[in-house]
Design a protein around this ligand. Structure first.
Ligand code: PEP
Ligand code: MN
Length: 348
């Protein structure tokens, strides 16, 4: 349920409304826009209609909407304006510009991550990716450098000014990641790890939620709802392909998820064509397609020497190919601006 307050509502009335909601045993999430204040009421109770009627008696309440969608906070009703995540220093996700996160699958050494950071910075990326805790299919594969890897990432950030995104796999590392990273990545394998989602939901830190390997859009958005319902509104969605029957690609990159998510949610969506295809030869085409489809950004694996990578070498771009990708997607993104007005018209 959502309560929309009249513009310029009095503080006194606002406080009274909040008390009534709390007394009815609902959690409160407030979205303050320039013109309106929206209160999201979270909880599934039988007293919805009674509470709605009570709220409508207040002067400052313009309307109350009973939301039938399974998600409340990730939907447009709660926040009619698109979420833009501001990481500082001009780095934003969900704004006018395309945001590119790039780097190796895993942090392998100090030299490797610093060199890759310089390469992706030169190409125009604003965020460095790199796993320090790696979810590998085999327990015998390289598992990441752990905290040492985080230290190397932090050093790369210092040297280049890039922001950092890295994966959290385990609750026990949450404080460590909070200290080191700008964005916490929740990987595909953990999309429905609810204790992990609730824990990052309590942080004041951007979270990038990758789509689970076999997750529907609804399950994915509900996973985002878990994070938001704990208070953290800085959520980024990342389409990274889903399991299908084809053997030619590692996953099937579901580009239709971009407009589907945009129809249903104000959250930014970025696309990872590296895990989405598993083959570097396909990455640039899919990156172009993702940008043309309206993605807010890309996550791309880049390695100075993919043949020596300790993980995901076959899907990692060489520096010169990353440079080309960046030039190409910039042209597409620029030409898309012409369609912005039409997109808005279609929405309403
Ligand atoms: C990754 O980005 O390093 C990764 C493991 O991706 P995913 O969770 O999408 O498989
Ligand atoms: Mn990888």
């Amino acid at each position: 349920m959502i309560a929309v307050l009249k513009s310029g509502e009095s503080k006194k009335c606002f406080e009274k409304v909040k008390k009534v909601i709390r007394d009815a045993d609902y959690d409160i999430h407030v979205s303050k826009g320039v013109e309106k204040t929206i209160i999201g009421l979270v909880g599934d109770r039988d007293n919805r209609e009674d509470l709605r009627d009570k709220l409508l008696t207040f002067d400052c309440v313009e309307k109350v909407i009973l939301i039938l969608d399974p998600y409340k906070l990730v939907g447009w009703d709660f926040k009619p304006k698109k979420t833009v995540i501001d990481l500082g220093d001009g780095v934003k996700i969900g704004g006018e510009e395309l945001t590119v996160m790039a780097g190796p699958c895993s942090v392998e050494s100090r030299e490797q991550i610093i060199k890759t950071a310089q390469i992706v910075k030169k190409g125009g990326a604003s965020i460095l990716r790199g796993g320090a805790f790696k979810p590998r299919t085999s327990p015998y594969s390289f598992q990441g450098l752990g905290e040492v890897g985080l230290k190397y990432l932090a050093e790369a950030r210092e040297k280049t000014g890039l922001k950092i995104v890295t994966e959290l796999m385990d609750l026990e590392h949450i404080d460590l990641l909070r200290e080191y990273t700008d964005i916490i990545q929740i990987g595909a394998r953990n999309m429905q790890n609810y204790p992990l989602l609730k824990a990052v939901g309590k942080l004041d830190k951007a979270v990038m939620l990758k789509r689970g390997m076999s997750a529907t859009i609804k399950e994915w958005l509900l996973a985002a709802e878990y994070i938001m319902s704990e208070g953290n509104q800085q959520v980024i969605l990342c389409e990274r392909g889903i399991r299908s029957f084809g053997e030619e690609t590692r996953n099937t990159l579901d580009l239709s998820s971009i407009p589907l998510v945009k129809q249903q949610s104000h959250l930014p969506i970025i696309v990872d064509p590296s895990h989405g295809t598993g083959r570097w030869q396909l990455v640039t085409s899919m990156a172009r397609a993702a940008v043309a489809g309206g993605a807010d950004g890309l996550m791309v694996e880049v390695h100075p020497e993919p043949e020596k990578a300790l993980s995901d070498g076959p899907q990692s771009l060489k520096p010169e190919n990353f440079q080309l990708l960046m030039e190409e997607v910039a042209v597409i993104h620029q030409s898309l601006k012409r369609f912005k007005k039409r997109e808005r018209m279609k929405k309403h």
